[in-house]
Design a protein around this ligand. Structure first.
Ligand code: SF4
Length: 233
């Protein structure tokens, strides 16, 4: 099994020689890791596409959602809809150890305003570490066109941060590909996408934008922060 501590460039090169597409990558991932791979889904549009694709490869796949307690009601409603549509998928909501009340008591009210990196660390990074504890690999919906920092993402990545293998089947998909897939397959998606939110995270850190060409616009608006810390080395 390809693992973080047994990273094998030659093996990956040989897999890539066959010019795999997104579905080949998903099939490889579930053959390789069986029950030891988890999809960390944010339930954005990429997430909905990946859930549909994953359900075709492994109907009982493990999916985790980092439930910070700060998501939009529309996001929680969408998750319920997805659970009903794919009842055999194992969707697990992972919550941080600290409640929002404790966080406010220890670090001040609205931590996301004065220290969003710490807030993301406690409410997303640490819970993901816990969610991946029994896994050798995880799946992410990163796409190369989303941002400069994501532009070099490969199908199979050595993830030093979580000491896992990170599999990203959608790296070559454009925003248009994603929306076309959703429409063709009549999949549900977060209605906020139609109200000016190209990317949807926690409510306090996600704003609507007038120009939706940048698929990450509106996240941590006004700050230099562009990532929650899950994809940084
Ligand atoms: Fe906190 Fe904002 Fe990060 Fe959510 S996105 S965990 S509210 S800083």
């Amino acid at each position: 099994m390809l693992t973080h501590d047994k990273w094998d460039e030659k093996r990956i090169a040989s897999f890539m020689n066959n010019q795999p597409d997104y579905l080949d990558v998903l099939k490889w991932a579930y053959q390789e890791y069986q029950d030891e791979i988890v999809y960390a889904c944010s339930f954005g549009v990429e997430g909905i596409v990946l859930i549909d694709l994953i359900s075709k490869v492994n109907k009982e796949a493990k999916i985790i959602f980092l439930d910070t307690g700060l998501h939009f009601p529309e996001t929680y409603e969408l998750i319920e809809e997805v659970k009903n549509r794919y009842p055999s998928l194992k969707i697990n909501m992972i919550k941080p150890k600290n409640s929002l009340e404790d966080q406010a008591k220890w670090y001040g009210e609205e931590l996301w305003k004065h220290n969003p990196n710490l807030c993301c660390h406690m409410r997303k990074v640490v819970p993901l570490q816990e969610g991946l504890a029994d896994a050798k690999a995880w799946i992410s919906g990163l796409r190369r066109e989303q941002s400069l920092s994501r532009s070099k993402t490969e199908y199979i990545n050595k993830d030093d941060k979580f000491q896992k293998i990170k599999v990203c089947p959608l790296i070559h998909w454009t925003s248009e590909d994603i929306m076309t897939y959703i429409q063709l397959n009549k999949l549900p998606y977060n209605p906020l996408h139609d109200k000016g939110y190209p990317s949807i995270g926690c409510a306090p850190c996600t704003k609507p934008v007038s120009d939706q060409k940048d698929s990450r616009a509106g996240r941590w608006a006004g700050l230099s922060k562009t990532e929650c810390g899950l994809h940084e080395s």
